[in-house]
Design a binder for this molecule. Sequence first.
Ligand code: BG6
Length: 467
Amino acid sequence: MSVFPKDFLWGAATASYQVEGGHDADGKGLSNWDLFSHLPGTTYQGTNGDVAVDHYHRFREDVALMAELGMQTYRFSISWPRLLPQGRGEVNEAGIRFYSELIDELLKHNIKPMITLYHWDLPQALQEQFGGWESREIVDAFDEYARLCYQRFGDRVELWSTFNETIVFIGMGYMTGAHPPRLTDPKKGIQACHHVFLANARAVKSFREMGIDGQIGFVNVLQPNDPISDSPQDRRACEIAEGIFTHWLYDPVLKGEYPAELLAMAQQAFGVPYFVPGDEELLKQNIVDFIGLNYYKREMVAHNDDVDGYAINTSGQKGSGRELGFKGLFKLVRNPNGVYTDWDWEVYPQGLTDAIGRIVKRYGNIPLYITENGLGAKDPIVDGEVRDQPRIDYLRDHIQAIGAAIEQGADVRGYYPWSFIDLLSWLNGYQKQYGFVYVDHNDSLARKKKQSFGWYQRVIATNGEQL
Ligand code: BG6
């Protein structure tokens, strides 16, 4: 018998900028990524999402493939500037129509939509008007956008999440400078992160006030941290890293407060986050219904006495994920015994069971969805077939890791591998593939099922029994 509950949801995920294309179609406004990806030296060989895999124009064909795969749910994000070209105010009805038709098409095939409101594509107008996430004004703007989405789609969509991976768009946007707005300013970053938590709380509040029949959650990446050695210094370094990478990002949305020790450290070092009266209540009173957990890898931690700064990159490779650290506190290091992908990410399925266990231990048995998990690789084409056995192995081991967590009592309700289709990797172009469906960039973006497609089809059909 399957360890997965009968109503467990099997799906897959994508995000607007990575699949849609149609960057200026039908009245869509400019996003921060539309601008950033066209600046020299920002992305792999200058790749951008102008066309991406043209999901904007081909969504019916894509949904047909999702249905053939047997997907029961689909996680996608809404492009804020497609609905509100200037970020606020005038609504682009063509943008509403696109998502509305996508939702109807999914429902027609019995696929439950899960909407992410913010997967990093900010209306550039808001960046220019008041500095985007740096300003408190973003909280009202985000609430206006969220309310518009609830109003137009809330009758048909039950599963919502406000944000995707704060650590990435804030950490890379404001600490390492690898994402827009390209800053290396921890003070601004910590305050911007505070505005994300406030915006989340306001959007959760509106969701409930508007009586939307569904659940609203927050999606975070979770990379469990383990110390590289048993020394007290490395263990302490690991505690701090875990505090920053996990507790700082989960506590405000699940407990309505920051971890006290780290809050004191941040305020002493940088004078932020800066609270105004009302912030604390807002956070406390608007706890999310579930957590969406994205899991790819674990990161080992060592005490850091040598590498200077906070954007330190101990890997030397762009996008390895080992860019953030703090002199005197910690750095992220390679596991000498680990198995790594071509992009230097540790393959460690046990880490997913650990990640779920750590969430349950700290926050209780809250509902969880695994909202991303997958292997980024260059898939070989043999005799015209896309052979992605390493992806099958990766996903199988991670599904088993989820099964183990469920057996230990965790309330995991669904699984969304990243990604449904090969899409744009923010900094790695189209060469880092994750999908069940291959897209031929030399043949007018034709779709082709990979080896993993048939495999996942069986997994879903047997509710995870046949892996
Ligand atoms: C997650 C993001 O961080 O990782 C996705 O939510 C992203 O949008 C995925 O594509 C994989 O990252 P990368 O860098 O391999 O594309």
